[in-house]
Design a binder for this molecule. Structure first.
Ligand code: SF4
Ligand code: SF4
Length: 271
């Protein structure tokens, strides 16, 4: 039996983003918006109101030339598992069960038709990964014909977020079933941002599968809620215990420290 067959049948889809490779070009953001029918406004200058499932942040080490250094950090939804399966911050607070944790895939879903816009999930998410629709989407003339038929558009008054391109998973599963297969190959389910990144900075796959790149790189430790064993890998705000499925890689110590930034006076909860 191969290692792939031996691995836990339940999937845990996740990402590794190599910050030493990311150039901050934003191709992942554009690919995400096009793939998921993410609406945009005429004036996108108010970033608090704009919707970006994938957002690239710029970090600096705060030093002057010649020691100045910068890093670009792409941030999708982290698909948090929490301390026990499904205890994601956003899932725990939703009164409408409009967001859910799939124990089959590890993906945190958003069910638009159930969401009534209370925005508790936005308050609970420590990663600012959720966005509220203040308006119905308006597309430039003719563009509505270019929308993806696989992803429903969202209406005013509801919350949306990155789904790890879940419709691609469903499509890949349908194809596999037609071919009398139950398992997907690694390449059959990939997110749009992963495929669009010209630097190859984003890697996507099953963290439970020892044959998948994400597992090999991050080396998640199941005994410690998925903490990475790779010394160059880290997760954002690790100390909160959200147990995210997005791992970051950096050879630079200041970048790794920035990922779990905290005040000197803060009480740290080591998991
Ligand atoms: S990043 Fe935010 S929206 Fe995504 S699963 Fe975690 S708490 Fe929920
Ligand atoms: S597409 Fe790749 S290189 Fe460009 S910003 Fe996104 S992760 Fe970075």
């Amino acid at each position: 039996m191969s290692k792939a067959q031996e691995h836990n049948k339940a999937k845990k889809y996740g990402m590794v983003i190599d910050l030493d490779k990311c150039t901050g070009c934003g191709a992942c953001m554009v690919a995400c918006m096009a793939e998921n029918n993410v609406p945009f406004k005429k004036d996108e200058s108010d970033k608090l109101l704009s919707i970006t499932w994938m957002k690239v942040y710029k970090l600096t080490n705060g030093k002057d030339f010649p020691d100045a250094d910068i890093c670009y950090l792409p941030r999708p939804c982290q698909h948090c598992e929490g301390q026990h399966s499904g205890h994601s911050p956003c899932v725990s607070v939703c009164p409408a069960t409009a967001t859910d944790y799939s124990t089959d895939t590890g993906i945190v879903s958003q069910i638009y038709t159930r969401c009534f816009g209370c925005r508790y999930c936005m308050a609970a998410c420590p990663y600012h990964a959720r966005h509220f629709n203040w308006w119905d989407p308006v597309w430039p003339a003719g563009m509505e014909k270019m929308l993806s038929p696989d992803v429903s558009v969202r209406m005013r008054g509801i919350v949306e977020k990155c789904s790890f391109c879940f419709h691609r998973y469903q499509r890949a599963k349908d194809k596999a079933y037609m071919e009398d297969r139950r398992e997907l190959e690694e390449h059959e389910y990939q997110t749009a941002c992963t495929q669009a990144c010209p630097a190859g900075a984003i890697i996507f796959g099953d963290l439970n599968n020892p044959d998948h790149e994400v597992h090999k790189i991050a080396q998640p430790d199941p005994g410690h809620h998925g903490r990475p064993k790779n010394p160059n890998a880290f997760r954002l705000l690790e100390r909160l215990g959200t147990n995210p499925k997005v791992y970051y890689l950096s050879s630079r110590e200041w970048v790794r420290k920035a990922g779990d930034n905290y005040l000197k006076t803060e009480k740290i909860n080591k998991h």
